[in-house]
Design a protein around this ligand. Sequence first.
Ligand SMILES: Nc1ncnc2c1ncn2[C@@H]1O[C@H](COP(=O)(O)OP(=O)(O)OP(=O)(O)O)[C@@H](O)[C@H]1O
Ligand SMILES: [Mg+2]
Length: 265
Amino acid sequence: MMNQTPTPQNAAPVIAINGLHKSYGQLEVLKGVSMTAPRGHVISLIGSSGSGKSTLLRCCNLLENSQAGEILFEGEPVRWKGQGQNRQPADGAQVTRMRTNLSMVFQQFNLWAHMTILQNVMEAPVTVLGEDRAAVEARARDLLAKVGIGDKADAWPAQLSGGQQQRAAIARALCMQPKALLFDEPTSALDPELQQEVVRVIKDLAGEHRTMILVTHDMRLAADVSDHVVFLHQGVVCEEGPPDRLFGNPQTDRLRQFLSATMAT
Ligand SMILES: Nc1ncnc2c1ncn2[C@@H]1O[C@H](COP(=O)(O)OP(=O)(O)OP(=O)(O)O)[C@@H](O)[C@H]1O
Ligand SMILES: [Mg+2]
């Protein structure tokens, strides 16, 4: 989705990754990856299992360490201490600011089982951001209504379908009023008919020009909502571009193979 003309204050991308390297021990998972999420844009990350999509997403909000390369949040580079395997973020306040502004939605929803849906949505804004409880509750109820489960506020997660739980998880992420939403295969754990209700919410968010990075195996969703698609293969960006070109006219054999394998299933 195209954004309005950027003003000088918001010209910096919400997230920019430059030449990121990430290893787990001897296994090099990201081999110099660069990716940019401009404000108001939806970036989809596609690629086969093990290509490093989740790792890249988790590096974006510093849930994972990386060994080299830059991560910038709204133009502000993450400050590091140490080098290589010992590198880690130097500034705890910066880490908290980034994490609270880059809300993650996981494949398995990760709702707190011992809290009601409303409590799940309210938890982080109240405890992490220290916001006023009444204000957060009003926002949380609005968000639950927005994702179509306003009547489930007092239910427990186990009482909801997978599609409803995932919509609750999206409301929870939105309640933080983040600068970007990071989705890691938000529909993969759901039956096809439940996927559609989550897809509808993601499309609505894209229509509102929310900044999003979306890891997905759903090529139709990626084609429908993305401004830009990044195809990761074995830890490198193999091909990237607007969805009509990537899906309509792939340039590399790797991407052609991936698309024909994915479309066949
Ligand atoms: N905590 C970890 N420790 C060691 N290796 C890991 C860890 N997490 C991921 N890996 C490895 O890193 C590589 C990339 O994993 P990642 O989860 O990023 O892939 P992915 O593209 O998200 O795959 P999928 O589509 O299956 O979710 C894989 O080889 C995986 O086994
Ligand atoms: Mg993954």
